[in-house]
Design a protein around this ligand. Structure first.
Ligand SMILES: [Zn+2]
Length: 130
């Protein structure tokens, strides 16, 4: 899957989508780290064998509160999200394709309950603060 992400990254670099270029590595790993837009707590966004959820502590350490992710229906994906999803399916990458609707869906903060767009937070955590 990592090889395939490399191909997608090359395609994105060509289209000048720099933010997603580096974040597709995380998609292959199935984990993003973002902060809550309301209370600022660090959250892990997990998409993998353990399920699709957000949590505020290191989930690998054991029993932490998990909130299920709220994926966008694949048919409702738009723009870059749809493009990536269609591409992954067409190229026989169902695991990656399954993660994209979650990346472009919503998550809830385990601390304050604020619901936010995962992709927006990923981008916001990447951009330099002006
Ligand atoms: Zn919060």
């Amino acid at each position: 899957m990592e090889d395939y992400v490399g191909l997608l990254q090359a395609a994105l670099a060509f289209e000048d989508v720099e933010v997603w270029d580096e974040h597709l590595d995380n998609l292959a790993q199935g984990e993003y780290e973002v902060d809550c837009p309301y209370c600022g707590v660090n959250l892990f966004i997990v998409m993998g064998d353990d399920g699709f959820f957000s949590c505020s502590d290191d989930y690998a350490l054991g029993d932490v509160e998990k909130t299920p992710l709220r994926p966008t229906a694949p048919a409702e994906l738009e723009g870059l999200a749809k493009q990536l999803h269609d591409q992954a399916l067409a190229d026989g990458q169902p695991v990656l394709a399954q993660r994209l609707p979650h990346l472009f869906g919503q998550a809830a903060c385990t601390d304050c309950g604020t619901v936010f767009s995962v992709a927006d937070r990923v981008v916001a955590n990447t951009m330099p603060s002006w």
